[in-house]
Structures are given as structure tokens and as C-alpha cells.
Write a protein that binds this ligand. Structure first.
Ligand code: CU
Length: 142
């Protein structure tokens, strides 16, 4: 017995979340961002792994977007495509933010595995990092 309101909510979150084939393993990520030479520019190293296997995710197409959970619609950071680098499963992306504070990095993974991961990271003058927080967009509603 599902109320109509609940069904709508489920539908909305399904649409907001990119489709993942049932058979494919979900992804997880470790993200470390380091301030670059220019203010508000960060070099991010993103390690993509299988959520269950922990195996490095190679050959993925990774697009990194950024938004501030506390300031909806206030920012418009253009998503960047990450490049593979360093070691298997490692990707790097240079992101340019618009202010310091807590940002939610949106990792859109395509290729062998499709997934969307949200990582909240506090960006200040020093190094920012986050471990995996799972892949559902509802984490942005906090
Ligand atoms: Cu802001």
C-alpha cells in the first residue's frame, strides 16, 4: 500500500538519479582536492572503485560538477571531464569554484559502470578531502 504522495517522491528521485543497470556494480570514490596556484582552483584526485569489489574502475568516463548544498541555484560551476592519470582507477580534474565553503561534488560515472556519486567537501585555503558517501542525490537535500 503506497500512498500517491510517496509514489511521486520515489518517481522524482528515480528521475533525478541517472539509471544504473541492475546487473552492474555500483561505484564508490575517494576524493582528495588540493588548492592550485590560483585562488578557488583545486586539483582533485578521484579514485573510482567498485562498491563491493573495491577493484579500480578503469576506462570510466567521469564528469565532475559542483554545487553548494546551502546555496541552491546560487552557483553555476561548469562540469569538467576528468582525465585518467596516476594509476588504475585514478582520475584527475581541475575544478574552479566560486567561493570557499561546503560544496557537493557530483561525480557522474559512465562507461563499464554508470553511477552518480555525491561527495561533500569543505573547501577552504587548505586541503579538502572526503571518503565515499554513497551515490544517491538525496544526500544533497541535507
Ligand atoms: Cu556559495
Amino acid at each position: 500500500m503506497v500512498s500517491r504522495a510517496f509514489a511521486c517522491l520515489v518517481l522524482a528521485s528515480t528521475i533525478a538519479w541517472t539509471g544504473v543497470p541492475a546487473a552492474a556494480e555500483r561505484a564508490k570514490a575517494q576524493v582528495v582536492c588540493t588548492p592550485a596556484d590560483r585562488k578557488l582552483v583545486y586539483e582533485c584526485e578521484i579514485m573510482l572503485m567498485g562498491r563491493k569489489s573495491g577493484a579500480p574502475l578503469e576506462g570510466a568516463k567521469l564528469v565532475v560538477g559542483a554545487d553548494m548544498p546551502s546555496m541552491p541555484l546560487a552557483h553555476n560551476v561548469k562540469p569538467v571531464t576528468a582525465s585518467p592519470g596516476g594509476k588504475p582507477g585514478m582520475y584527475t580534474a581541475t575544478i574552479e569554484l566560486e567561493m570557499h565553503g561546503e560544496w557537493a561534488l557530483r561525480l557522474d560515472v559512465a562507461g563499464p559502470t554508470r553511477d552518480r556519486l555525491i561527495h561533500k567537501i569543505h573547501f577552504g585555503a587548505s586541503k579538502g578531502s572526503s571518503t565515499d558517501q554513497g551515490g544517491r542525490t538525496n544526500q544533497m537535500k541535507k
